[in-house]
Design a protein around this ligand. Structure first.
Ligand SMILES: [Zn+2]
Length: 453
């Protein structure tokens, strides 16, 4: 069996791994590149393998950097099935059409502003293409064995990162070799997700390294949030939380309502301004057996949050000047409705902006948490006067200590570990740490490298 790294190397986005023997091809994850322009440009390059020659796709989870290229793959000739967990399927029904819609909007915008080198800029894929791709989906329960293509057996185990997230286990029947893809690995003590299930068996492990060179601060994020919200409300300001629509938005809603319930922060209106996050919250509550919150806690979030659905409501919310909490996507402030709030709130020192997760280099979120004094939004520069915080202890990714702890919990003894899904230094540091901790052979693969496994 061969493994080829078609993405997710040297970056935390664009996860795509190809397993093959001389007869079949199986793609694990099919993500879009995000972040700096040189990476985003890769989305437009010809897919390195003819999509019509790929027999099936298996997804670790719904985030766009793992699933977002699927509509383009189908548009370019992929005919097979796409396998994932039940919740991943439901989340993809929200995320992929939205990604298509955004692509179309971007193309229209580029046409209007004439900044495309093409006469009529085309979207990478449309909302219609996304619905077409969704027809290929087939969902399974965790631990349910299935055969994505002849000669390959697979199953999912919980990865604790977001709802439906999984580690993908694939066994090649002919060689009896098993490879496990970690996908994005969650926290050992997340506020809403259960910890990732320990791995028991793998000849080869493909492991993420988002925080390969970093530890989450040993801080109490609830206390930090309590201080930020109390201080900001005390001076009449607004707390804006850019959040990933799927995952962190639900966690932030839970934490702010918990703090309010305990009387630790003032009772303020809480707005969730992201149609996608609203749908994801509904799906999250529906699958309450898969996370730590019970139905009652989910209902509480539902009752006490003001959901901002329409564009008019969003514009109206942007005009609000009284203390409140606004949670809006996207999490790295690279697009979405949060940009309008940033333009309004950043120039005023009364307000606070709280990021809650990994900020990829090149994103506005990265610039802001690193102290930029101006930030470019919609073609104009805006002064940054608001307080900026990055509570990365609320991240949905385990840091290297947590990943090592998780690897130690199982009975894993892989012959080889390929460290992916990290910036260059993070992946290389993770490689060393895995080798030092367990003596396992670990390597950071190059983009498009193919290895025999
Ligand atoms: Zn993810």
């Amino acid at each position: 069996m061969k493994l080829r790294f078609l993405g997710g190397t040297g970056t935390v986005t664009g996860s795509r791994y190809l397993l093959s023997d001389d007869k079949r091809r199986l793609l694990v994850d099919c993500g879009m590149y995000q972040g700096v322009k040189t990476l985003r440009r890769r989305n437009w390059a010809k897919f390195p393998v003819d999509p019509s020659t790929i027999d099936a796709v298996v997804l670790t989870h719904a985030h766009i950097d793992h699933s977002g290229y699927l509509p383009a793959l189908v548009k370019n000739g992929f005919k097979g099935k796409i396998y994932c967990t039940k919740a991943t399927h439901e989340l993809c029904k929200v995320l992929l059409p939205d990604a298509g819609f955004l692509q179309e909007e971007d193309a229209k915008y580029a046409f209007r502003k004439k900044f495309s080198k093409h006469e009529k800029p085309e979207p990478l894929f449309t909302e219609k293409d996304a619905w077409e791709a969704l027809k290929h989906f087939e969902s399974l329960h965790y631990h349910e064995a299935f055969q994505p293509v002849k000669g390959f057996e697979a199953s999912f185990t919980p990865a604790g990162h977001i709802l439906g997230s999984s580690c993908v286990h694939v066994t090649h029947r002919e060689s009896s070799r098993t490879v496990v893809f970690s996908g994005d690995v969650g926290r050992q003590h997340d506020l809403i997700m259960r910890p990732p299930e320990p791995l028991q068996k793998a000849d080869v492990l493909v492991c993420e390294s988002t925080y390969g060179d970093r530890e989450h601060r040993d801080s109490d994020p609830e206390k930090e949030l309590e201080d930020i919200v109390t201080r900001t409300a005390g001076r009449g300001g607004i707390v804006l939380m850019p959040a990933f629509a799927v995952g962190r938005a639900q966690m932030l809603l839970y934490v702010v309502h918990k703090l309010m319930g305990e009387g630790r922060i003032p009772k303020l209106p809480v707005f969730l301004n992201s149609p996608m996050a609203i749908k994801a919250t509904e799906i999250f509550c529906k699958h309450h057996k898969e996370h730590k919150l019970n139905t009652r806690q989910c209902e509480l979030i539902d009752d006490k949050t003001e959901f901002v659905r329409t564009v008019d409501q969003s514009i109206e919310l942007d005009g609000v000047r009284y203390p409140c909490i606004i949670i809006s996507a996207s999490g790295m402030a690279s697009g979405g409705r949060v940009l309008h709030h940033l333009k309004t709130l950043l120039p005023n020192p009364r307000n606070s902006v709280v990021f809650a997760g990994f900020q990829a280099p090149g994103t506005r979120g990265d610039a802001l948490v690193n102290g930029a004094d101006t930030v470019k939004i919609h073609g104009e520069y805006w002064p940054v006067k608001a307080e900026i915080h990055n509570l990365d202890s609320l991240s949905a990714h385990g840091d290297y200590r947590e990943i090592l702890a998780w690897l130690e919990q199982g009975s894993l003894k892989p012959e080889k570990v390929y460290v992916t899904h990290g910036e260059v230094v993070a992946s290389d540091t993770m490689r060393k740490r895995i080798h030092e901790a367990f003596g396992w052979q670990a390597e950071v693969p190059e983009l498009y490298e193919e290895v025999d496994i």
